[in-house]
Write a protein that binds this ligand. Sequence first.
Ligand code: 13P
Length: 335
Amino acid sequence: MVADDKGLLAIDESIGTCNRRFAALGIPETADRRRAWRELIVTTPGLGQSISGAILCDETIRQRTGGEASFVSVLDDAGILPGIKVDAGTIELAGHPGEKITEGLDGLQARLATYAEMGARFAKWRGVIAVDADRPSRGCVEANAQALARYATICQQVGLVPVVEPEVLMEGSHDLARCAEVTEAVLRAFFRHADEQGVMLEAMILKPNMVLPGLDCANQEDADTIANATVNCLLHTVPASVPGIAFLSGGQTGELASARLNAMNLRFRGRMPWQLAFSFARAIQQPALQIWAGQDDRVQAAQAALAHRAMCNHAARRGAYDAAMELTPAAASAR
Ligand code: 13P
C-alpha cells in the first residue's frame, strides 16, 4: 500500500458528503451520477502508476460500471488494491457538547467478512477531533482512540489491513503549536489503546492529519515549517514498526498538500522509520470534479487532471515535486 512511492486515493465519501460536493457544482445528486463519477476515477488511464489503493464506500463497492464490471474488478485490473470505508459516520458524543464519536463497531466483524468476500483488501475508519481553547476533551480523545484500536484489531482478525484515521480538524483559529499538541495527544492515545487491544502495528497504516495552523489562524506557516512540525510530531508518537503513514488532505488545496508532503520527504529523507505517503480525497479529486461537473463529454479532461494530481503526489513521495509541474497542459486545463 505504501510501496514504490505510491499512495492511496480516497473516493469513499458518504452519500451525503458526495451530494454536498455535487450540489456546489450543480451536479445532480443521484446514485447514477455518483456511480459515473467514481467510474471516471477508477478508469483513469495510468492511475495505477501513482496510486496503490482506492478506498470505496458501501454504495460504490456494490455498483457496476457502464460496462457492467464491478468496481473491485476494474481496480484489480489496474493494479490498484480495493479498500472500503467501514465506519458508520459520526454522532455527537454524549456528555461532550460539540464533540463527535464514530459509530460502527456493532456487527463490524460480519460486515468486514462480507467486504473481504467482495474483494476488499483493506479498510478505513475515521475519528474526528475538533480543536478550540477547551477542546478536545480527554473523554473525546480516549473514546475515539479506543474505537480506532478496536476497529483495527477486528480488521486484522478477518485479514484486512486497517487504515487508522484520527483526524484533527483544520477548522478554527488555533496555531501550529496547538495543532501539534493535540495531534500528539491523539496519536499517543491511539497507540496506547492499540497496545491494549493487541493491534499488530506491522500490519496497519496510519492516516493522520498534517500538523497545520487552523484555517482562521493569522499565521499560515510555510511548507518547511509545517514539514518540521508534522514529522517531529510523528517521530515523537508513531512506533517504527508501523510501515506507513498516509496523510488525509483535510481541505488543503491539491497544490499545498503536494508541496507540504514533498517538503517532509525532502527534509527528512533517510531519517524516518516509516514510509510517508498520502491518502487524499479532495486534494486529488477536486480539480477533476470541477472540470467534469457531471458532463459525460468532459470525462477525458477530468481524468487528465486527476492523473496529474496523483502524479504530483507520487513525485512528492520522492521529494521530487516542484510547483513548476503545475504548469503542464493537464494542470492548465484544470484551472
Ligand atoms: P480528504 O483528503 O478530503 O481530507 O479526505 C480523506 C478522507 O479519507 C476523509 O475521511
